[in-house]
Design a protein around this ligand. Structure first.
Ligand SMILES: *[C@@H]1O[C@H](CO)[C@@H](O)[C@H](O)[C@H]1NC(C)=O
Length: 320
């Protein structure tokens, strides 16, 4: 009975220690702190997988020696779990461990760590959503993904993303962008996703042909905002979202790779029979394009029945 009481008392103390502030309870291997930036750069690779063995990061709890014997093996995982929970995973201003916490990798070796203190950087992704920014902050050169949603950015300048030649995704949803410098995206030779939803954009700048996803829905492109043959050479373009832009035409030619074309809530009144298909080549089929939205436009799709012959599905829109 006395032994049992001891075990319970021990467990109680154990829990109390776990509840103590993590800085007091966790003791990191000092070696982990002393990894310099050069080494940090070499222990992660850019396809997103960590090459560091997670097991190398030791997380131990400093408990008073008197409690040690009471921790039976089945309690150890619980201890690690709790310790890990209190380990900050993100680099931001509030991180008590500073920017070099074990398990967190800084995406830059020289330059704009400052943005990773203001925002949050995980590996090569920069999360800068909802920070009241009125311009694009300086970004680490190794950045692959950038989230700048829900800020107050008004303009994208020529140099904002210059030299980010590893950038794959740029998300600027819900800002108040009115203009983008014509060459602002020119050097982005690996950009796959460009999200500009919910802005005030009147003109699309020059876009890289590497894009898979373009979302410019809910902007003000109007009649002249999209250049002639703007998407023609984008051979990997899958999704093109242009909803709610006061467009008065469908931006042809569209690449064969296209899977979804969202044009709802625009001002498109007519369509050519060659918009999607080829009237001179009846064997042509546009297999990939399964999702065309033309609802919310003053267009009567019944007028051009030939225009959908090569498509796997008739567009969504008014047919009467
Ligand atoms: C739509 O086009 C079809 C075929 O030309 C026509 O019969 C129909 O009246 C048109 N509907 C409207 C509302 O204009």
């Amino acid at each position: 009975m006395k032994t049992l009481a001891n075990v319970f008392l021990g467990l109680f103390i154990f829990k109390a220690v776990l509840a103590a502030p993590p800085t007091a309870a966790i003791n990191y291997d000092t070696d982990t702190y002393e990894v310099d930036l050069e080494e940090l750069d070499s222990i992660y690779d850019y396809d997103g997988s960590l090459s560091i063995d997670q097991g190398e990061i030791e997380i131990g709890t400093v408990l008073p020696v008197v409690n040690r014997p009471i921790i039976s093996p089945e309690h150890v995982p619980e201890e690690e779990e709790e310790a890990e929970e209190s380990t900050p995973k993100l680099i931001d201003g509030s991180s008590p461990q500073g920017p070099l916490s074990p398990g967190v990798l800084v995406p830059e070796t020289s330059g704009d760590i400052s943005t990773c203190i203001l925002c949050t950087c995980i590996r090569t992704t920069v999360y800068c959503d909802d920070h009241n920014l009125d311009s694009v902050p300086p970004l680490p050169r190794e950045t692959t993904h950038v989230y700048l949603r829900f800020n107050r950015i008004t303009k994208i300048n020529k140099n904002d993303f210059a030299n980010l030649n590893k950038l794959q995704k740029l998300d600027l949803t819900s800002n108040i962008i009115e203009a983008i410098d014509e060459d602002a995206f020119r050097s982005l030779s690996t950009l796959n996703e460009l999200i500009l939803r919910d802005n005030r954009l009147r003109q699309l700048p020059e876009l890289p042909n590497t894009l898979n996803v373009i979302d410019v829905s809910h902007n003000r492109l109007g009649r002249k905002g999209i250049k002639h043959e703007a998407f023609k050479d984008m051979n990997d373009l899958h999704l093109l979202y242009l909803t709610d832009n006061s467009l008065d035409h469908i931006p042809i030619p569209l690449p064969d790779s296209l899977q979804a074309l969202h044009l709802q809530d625009n001002n498109i009144q007519e369509m050519h029979e060659d918009t999607f298909c080829k009237m001179k080549d009846f064997s042509y089929s546009r297999r990939a394009l399964e999702d065309i939205r033309l609802d919310g436009n003053p267009i009567n799709l019944s007028k051009t029945p030939q225009a959908f012959m090569c498509l796997p599905r008739i567009p969504v829109g008014r047919l009467v």
